[in-house]
Design a protein around this ligand. Structure first.
Ligand code: FAD
Ligand code: FMN
Length: 783
C-alpha cells in the first residue's frame, strides 16, 4: 500500500505514525513545505483525557511528549484587580516545535519517509497512491482546489487575535481581562516549558482600531501588548513568531472525503483557540482515520467510516468552541459583574463545567460565588444570609411587589384538556401539585382571550364567568396551600389556531369543528393549513379589547402576574417576525413597525393590570431561519417592551415557521437569555432543555437569567424544587404541613446521599497528571 500525506503538522505526522504501525509494509511519505525545525506558534495544550488517548495509540511518542510537558491544574482569572483560581482542570502544555520534532523522530523510527521543503502543488503526482491524506492546515490548498466538492463554510469571526510568546513563568492557565483607555483586551496564557509561555491576545475590532494596532508591525504590536500587560509580565519580554493579528476562521466542511483523498485536522474543521483544541482535534482525527483503516475492508469504506464516525465528535467540539468564542466576543456584557461572578462565567461559558462540578473541586470558589449572589439579593432588600447563603436557585426575587421565594419556575404548558375553555379537575390537580412541589412561580398554560383565539378545542380560556370561576378555584388553591406565585399567560393562537390536540397532531388543522383564523399576513402555517385572514384595524381593536377583558378577569381571579404571549408563531409573534409579517402598512416592514401592534396590546394590558403586579412577555429570540428574528433583534424587542414597562422577558425561541433549523442541546436557549439580559439590561427568564438543578444554579450564578423555567421536567416531577432544595440543603423551601415528615426524611437522607455521590465522583475521577506530578515531587514529611 502506498500512502501520501501532504502536510507535516500534528495531523499529518500522527496519522503517518499510526498508519505505519498498523501496516509496516506500506510505503508512507509525508510531504512538508517547511524545513524540519521550522515551525510557527509557541505552545500546544492537551487535556488529561487527550493524553490518555495518545498513550493508548502510541506509547513511545506519548512518553516522549509527556516527559517534555508542563502541567498545571489551576485556571486563574484576573479581572479588575482580583484573581480567582480554580483547581482540578488537568491540562498539559508543550512547545509546538518540540511536539513536531518528537513526532518526526517517531515517524522516522517507524520507517515513514519525510520530505521537507516539498511544497505540493498538485496531487496528480500521487496518482499511484492508495490513500492521499490532505493535512495541509487551515489554509488548505486542496480543500480550496475542490471547494465545490468539500463545500467548506468559513465563518470569519469578528474579534482580532495574535499568537505570541513570553518568558514569564506561569503556574496556571491564565486569563487576564484588562480594561484599557481603548477598550477591553484579553490574554489567554499558559506555560508550555520551563521559561516559556504562550500568549494569545484578543480584542474586539473597535478596540483594536482605537488602540492603533492596525498600522503596527509584529514587534510594535508586541510592544503595545507588553505595555498593556506589563504589570503582569513583570519585566519579561513578549516574543513574536508570525504573530500577526488576524480574525479566527471557524471552518466547517460539508464533505471530508473525495475519492481516495481525505481532509484531516485544521484543513477540514477548526476549533477556536479559547478551548485549546486545535492540535488535539488534529491528532484525534489521525486516530479516527487509523481506526477506520484498521477495520474497514477497503480504503473507500475506511474513509466513509472515518467521516461518518468522526463528524459528531468534531461538531460537538466545534459547538463548544462556538459557545466559548461568542462569550469572549461579548465580554463587555459582563464587564460590570462582580469579579467572582465574572470568573464563574468564564469557567462555565462552554457548558462542560457546572456549578456542581465546581463545588466538588473548588468549594471555596463556589462559596464565594454564592455569597456574591446573596449579597446582590440582600442589596435588593431581602433579609438573606450572606455568610452561609443558600444556592442561587433558592434565593428570592422581587418583581414590582411580587416576591418569589426561589427561582425555579413551572413553564407555561398547554394541557389540551379544557372543555369550552374551562379548566377542570385535571388542571386543579396539575397546577396544585406543582405549587405544592415547591416551585417559586407557576405559569398557566397559554390561556386564550376568546373562543376563536384558541389553538385547539382543548385550550383554556378566560373570556366568560365560568372560566373565571374555574381559574379562581385554582389560584385560591395555590395561594392557600403553597408559597408559589401564579402567573397567567394570555395568548391568541393566530394562524396556528383551529388545530388538533397535541396527541392528535401538533399544529395540524382540525378536520371538523374549526373556526376562522387571523394573522398579521395571510400565510398558512402548513401548505394545507387554513389561510388566515390578514387583520385589519377593526380586528386589531377587537383582539386588544379581548386581551384587556381577559386580564381584568385574571385580576379578579387573583393571579399574581400576567404574561403576554408574543412567541412561538402565535398571533402577536406573527407580527414581530418578518417571516410571517409581510404587511405594507405601518404594522409591517421595519422591526419598529412590526412591534407596533404587540406593543399596543402590551400597553393596554399594562394600563388594565394593577400597577403593583408585574408583567412579562414571552418572545421567540430567534426564528432559527435565514431572514427571521435573530438574537440581536431580540435585544431590540426586549428593549421596546422594557420601555413599555415589562418587568421580565421570558426568552424562548422558534416555532415561527415549520421548516426552521433549531440547534438543540442542553440549555440551548440560554445564550439568548444571556444576550437579552446583559445587553438590553432587563430581567429575564430562560427555558429550554434545562433538566437539572445543577444547570439552574449554573445559569443563575453566571448571570445568564434571573429565573429559570422548566417545562417537561415538571411534567414528570412536580417536586423538582423540593428535591433540589433537599440536595442543596436549602431548608427554607416551602412544604405544606401535611407533607413535613416526607420533607424531614428527604433532607436527612440527602445529606448522606450527596456525600456518597460526591465521594463516588471523586473516587471515579483519576488523578490529573498535574496532581500526580505534584505528589511525586512533594518533599517527604520528616519522620
Ligand atoms: C499562526 C498560528 C499559530 C498557532 N499557534 C498555536 C499555538 O501556539 N498553540 C496551539 O495549540 N495551536 C496553535 N495554532 C493552531 C494549531 O497549529 C492547529 O490547530 C494545529 O496545528 C492543526 O494541525 P494540522 O496538522 O491540521 O495543521 P498544521 O499544524 O497547520 O499543519 C499543516 C502543515 O501542512 C504544511 N503544508 C501546507 N500546505 C502544504 C503543501 N501544499 N505542501 C506541503 N506542505 C504543506 C504546513 O507547512 C504545515 O506544516 C496556531 C495556528 C496558527 C495559524
Ligand atoms: C406539552 C407542552 C405544552 C406547552 N405549552 C406552552 C404554552 O402554552 N405556552 C408557552 O409559552 N409555551 C408552551 N410550551 C413550551 C414550554 O413552556 C417550554 O418553553 C418548552 O417545553 C421548553 O422547555 P423544556 O425543555 O423545559 O420543556 C409547551 C411545551 C410543552 C412540552
Amino acid at each position: 500500500m502506498k500512502i501520501a500525506i501532504i502536510g507535516g503538522g500534528p495531523a499529518g505526522l500522527y496519522s503517518a505514525i499510526l498508519l505505519k504501525k498498523q501496516r509496516p509494509e506500506a510505503a508512507i511519505t509525508v510531504y512538508e513545505r517547511n524545513r524540519a525545525d521550522d515551525t510557527f506558534g509557541f505552545g500546544v495544550v492537551f487535556s488529561d483525557a487527550t493524553l490518555d488517548n495518545f498513550e493508548k495509540y502510541d506509547a513511545p511518542s506519548y512518553r516522549r511528549i509527556t516527559e517534555q510537558f508542563a502541567y498545571w491544574d489551576d485556571i486563574a482569572v484576573h479581572f479588575r484587580g482580583t484573581v480567582h483560581r480554580v483547581g482540578g482542570n488537568g491540562f498539559c502544555g508543550c512547545s509546538r516545535r518540540t511536539l513536531l520534532l518528537i513526532l518526526q523522530e517517531r515517524a522516522r523510527e517507524l520507517g515513514v519517509a519525510q520530505l521537507f521543503e516539498a511544497d505540493i502543488e498538485d496531487e496528480a503526482r500521487f496518482a499511484d497512491a492508495d490513500l492521499v491524506v490532505l493535512a495541509d492546515g487551515i489554509n488548505s490548498r486542496f480543500r480550496d482546489k475542490y471547494i465545490g466538492h468539500f463545500q467548506p463554510e468559513v465563518d470569519l469571526r469578528s474579534n482580532k487575535f495574535a499568537w505570541m510568546g513570553s518568558t514569564r513563568p506561569l503556574d496556571a492557565f491564565t486569563f487576564i481581562f484588562q480594561e484599557t483607555e481603548w477598550g477591553p483586551f484579553i490574554a489567554h496564557a499558559y506555560q508550555y516549558e520551563m521559561g516559556h509561555s504562550t500568549w494569545i491576545f484578543e480584542t474586539d475590532p473597535e478596540t483594536f482600531k482605537r488602540a492603533g494596532l492596525e498600522g503596527l508591525d509584529e514587534r510594535q504590536s508586541a510592544d503595545r501588548m507588553a505595555g498593556i500587560f506589563g504589570w503582569f509580565l513583570e519585566g519579561h519580554q513578549l516574543l513574536i513568531n508570525r504573530s500577526m493579528w488576524r480574525n479566527f476562521p471557524m471552518i466547517r466542511s460539508k464533505r471530508w472525503v473525495k475519492d481516495n483523498m481525505v481532509l484531516l485536522g485544521d484543513a477540514k474543521a477548526t476549533a477556536h483557540f479559547s478551548i485549546g483544541s486545535g492540535t488535539k482535534l488534529a491528532m484525534e482525527d489521525a486516530i479516527a482515520l487509523a481506526d477506520a483503516m484498521k477495520h474497514a475492508p477497503t480504503v473507500e469504506a475506511a474513509l466513509r467510516q472515518y467521516e461518518e464516525g468522526r463528524r459528531e465528535e468534531v461538531e460537538k467540539t466545534q459547538h463548544a468552541a462556538d459557545v466559548s468564542l461568542v462569550w469572549f466576543e461579548h465580554v463587555d456584557r459582563f464587564w460590570d459583574f462582580d469579579p467572582v461572578q465574572f470568573a464563574f462565567g468564564v469557567m462555565t461559558r462552554a457548558k462542560a463545567i457546572t456549578y456542581d462540578n465546581l463545588t466538588l473541586r473548588a468549594p471555596d470558589f463556589v462559596a464565594e460565588v454564592d455569597r456574591a449572589f446573596a449579597r446582590q439579593v440582600r442589596g435588593k432588600g431581602f433579609d438573606v444570609d450572606v455568610g452561609k447563603p443558600d444556592a442561587p436557585m433558592f434565593q428570592p426575587l422581587r418583581l414590582r411587589e411580587m416576591e418569589v421565594n426561589n427561582r425555579a419556575v413551572v413553564s407555561p404548558m398547554c394541557m389540551y384538556s379544557a372543555s369550552d375553555g374551562v379548566p377542570g379537575d385535571f388542571h386543579l390537580v396539575h397546577y396544585g401539585s406543582r405549587a405544592i412541589g415547591g416551585a417559586g412561580l407557576i405559569f398557566t398554560e397559554m390561556t386564550c382571550v376568546s373562543r376563536d383565539a384558541r389553538i385547539t378545542p382543548g385550550c383554556t380560556g378566560l373570556w366568560n364567568d365560568e372560566q373565571q370561576a374555574a381559574w379562581r378555584r385554582i389560584v385560591d388553591f395555590v395561594h392557600a396551600n403553597s408559597a408559589a406565585k401564579i402567573a397567567l399567560q394570555l395568548g391568541h393562537a393566530g394562524r396556528k389556531g383551529a388545530t388538533k390536540l397535541m396527541w392528535d397532531g401538533m399544529d395540524r388543522p382540525l378536520e371538523q369543528g374549526g373556526w376562522d383564523v387571523i394573522s398579521a399576513s395571510p400565510i398558512p402555517y402548513f401548505p394545507d393549513s387554513q389561510v388566515p385572514r390578514e387583520m385589519d384595524r377593526a380586528a386589531m381593536d377587537a383582539v386588544k379589547a379581548a386581551f384587556v377583558q381577559a386580564a381584568e378577569r385574571g385580576e379578579a381571579c387573583g393571579f399574581d402576574m400576567l404574561e403576554l404571549h408574543c412567541a412561538h408563531g402565535y398571533l402577536l409573534a406573527s407580527f414581530i417576525s418578518p417571516l410571517t409579517n409581510q404587511r405594507t402598512d405601518e404594522y409591517g416592514g421595519s422591526l419598529a413597525n412590526r412591534m407596533r401592534f404587540p406593543l399596543e396590546v402590551f400597553e393596554a394590558l399594562r394600563a388594565a393590570w394593577p400597577a403593583h403586579k408585574p408583567m412579562s412577555v414571552r418572545i421567540s429570540a430567534t426564528d432559527w431561519t435565514e431572514g427571521g428574528i435573530t438574537g440581536d433583534d431580540a435585544v431590540d424587542i426586549a428593549r421596546a417592551f422594557a420601555e413599555a414597562g415589562v418587568d421580565l422577558v421570558d426568552v424562548s425561541t422558534g416555532q415561527t415557521v415549520r421548516d426552521a433549523q433549531p440547534i438543540y442541546g442542553r440549555m440551548f436557549q440560554t445564550p439568548f437569555s444571556d444576550q437579552v439580559r446583559n445587553e438590553a439590561r432587563v430581567a429575564t427568564m430562560c427555558v429550554g432543555n434545562i433538566t437539572t438543578s445543577d444547570q439552574v444554579n449554573t445559569i443563575l450564578a453566571a448571570g445568564r437569567a434571573d429565573l429559570v423555567a422548566l417545562g417537561r421536567p415538571h411534567l414528570v416531577d412536580p417536586f423538582f424544587t423540593l428535591k433540589a432544595a433537599a440536595w442543596y440543603g436549602a431548608d427554607g423551601v416551602f412544604c405544606p404541613p401535611q407533607y413535613l415528615p416526607g420533607k424531614e426524611q428527604i433532607f436527612r437522607n440527602s445529606v448522606r446521599d450527596r456525600q456518597d455521590f460526591d465521594d463516588l465522583k471523586i473516587k471515579a475521577k483519576p488523578k490529573t497528571r498535574a496532581e500526580l506530578k505534584a505528589e511525586a515531587t512533594k518533599p517527604l514529611a520528616a519522620e
